[in-house]
Design a protein around this ligand. Sequence first.
Ligand code: G4P
Length: 506
Amino acid sequence: MSNRRTFAIISHPDAGKTTLTEKLLLQGGAIHLAGEVKARGQARRARSDWMKIEQQRGISVTSSVMTFEKDGITFNLLDTPGHEDFSEDTYRTLTAVDSAIMVIDAAKGIEPQTRKLFEVCRMRSVPIITFVNKVDREGRSVFETLDEVADALALDVVPMSWPIGMGGVFQGVLDFATDTISRPEGDSREFLGTRTPAEGIPDDIAEEIELARGGYPDFDLEAYRHGDLTPVYFGSALKNFGVTELIDAIAKYAPPPRPQPSEQGTILPEAKEVTGFVFKVQANMDPQHRDRIAFMRLVSGTFKRGMKLTPSALGKPVAIHSPILFFAQDREIADTAEPGDIIGIPNHGTLRVGDTLSETNKVRFTGLPNFAPEILRRVVLKDPTKTKQLRKALDDLSEEGVIQVFYPELGGQWIVGVVGQLQLDVLISRLEAEYKVEAMLEAAPFDTARWLKGSDAALKGFADFNVANLAKDRDGDPVFLARSAWDVSYQQEKNPDLVFSATKER
Ligand code: G4P
């Protein structure tokens, strides 16, 4: 069986994703000093020799894929950009993983961004391990947190450990599998690695634990892998509690590389042909360089440097001479990659999000969706004679996955849609640098968009009343531009023959 575990961390800003990432990498020996993932300022990256490549290319690749090894398992941790970097890439990354860790703050519970990312995981049945972080601080009651996860996400929950008090009375974490306690030690109150027998638990907490052990079902691997159940670990990334248990859980329970759906049927990781799909393209922000790195998730076969693969959109084979293979320790440029691994492919715009790469050019992976934008803006040209260039640029950039574009049925002002503010900044600077188009963005009277599906008659009936809210996307598919989420549900109710879809398969 494959020893690869390809996963992402989903969380709301501040829940502790960076701290946890750093601790996971430390355990795998991928970085040697705490504090290096979270560099100050804009650069948040693990120390690595990729820096050289990054400096040459002006593209930050390090933080996109972090690989580490432990006990014979190779972990590929894909970054899901958050904060101001939140973008469609954040969602798309979840299409390239086999499982996810959901980090929640013990005091805050499920927050909006966690929920959004969870929905994407659910859509793709990505199994989730929950990590309740910051138990060294005051938090909600453990039962309350477990109930919230179960109710909010409609998942069965199985506590795998239990905090012995929180905040001022925090005395460690009891691991149910081994019946041992990791306790805070020394002045820093960190866990230093010695587990002790489960003794001396205060009565009230012992009672809770007994209730929990009787009241929750046993962990069920199948239900977890189907995305119906989440095992819940309690810990503190900052103080090292629960981190080892979490890595062990990924190694033991998280699924190895999964088969991927394609137009030609399911492609198994064991298949001999090398196949993969591009889930993200990162462009150089420096207008002097048109370099891009396409991130491909390898689905099947053993990739070797120099191998020829055919990108589906290009139709002819290209030799992949200088792929970036992400590895822990010193093997920075390895020669092979296995299913589940991510390969960075430098290119000049030939590779697009959603492309399939394969040896025979006979496979087309499906299921890499566009996600309904959460920010819509009108594009206004400073020089109105540049309409043609603008149209070309918007088509290109939407094809590349930077933005989505909508052409309203009425009026000449085009609308762009994104899920994160950063995408808008990238749009404006690339319009100027690459297309010599100066544009501004104005508020649009719409809040979100839904792809419409239905019979021609149903679509026409809808258009008769709502033409001011209709647009076409880049492919000419009909889109409903909505003023609010309420507007969407209202129209949905009024038009039961139409499907209002928040995603669209590319
Ligand atoms: P994020 O990537 O999810 O946004 O979160 P990040 O790891 O940056 O953590 C956010 C804040 O929470 C940081 O504090 C971090 O030190 C703290 N934190 C993370 N895990 C734990 C934990 O287990 N216990 C406690 N008590 N705190 C935790 P900060 O003050 O915002 O940043 P810094 O100045 O300390 O770096």
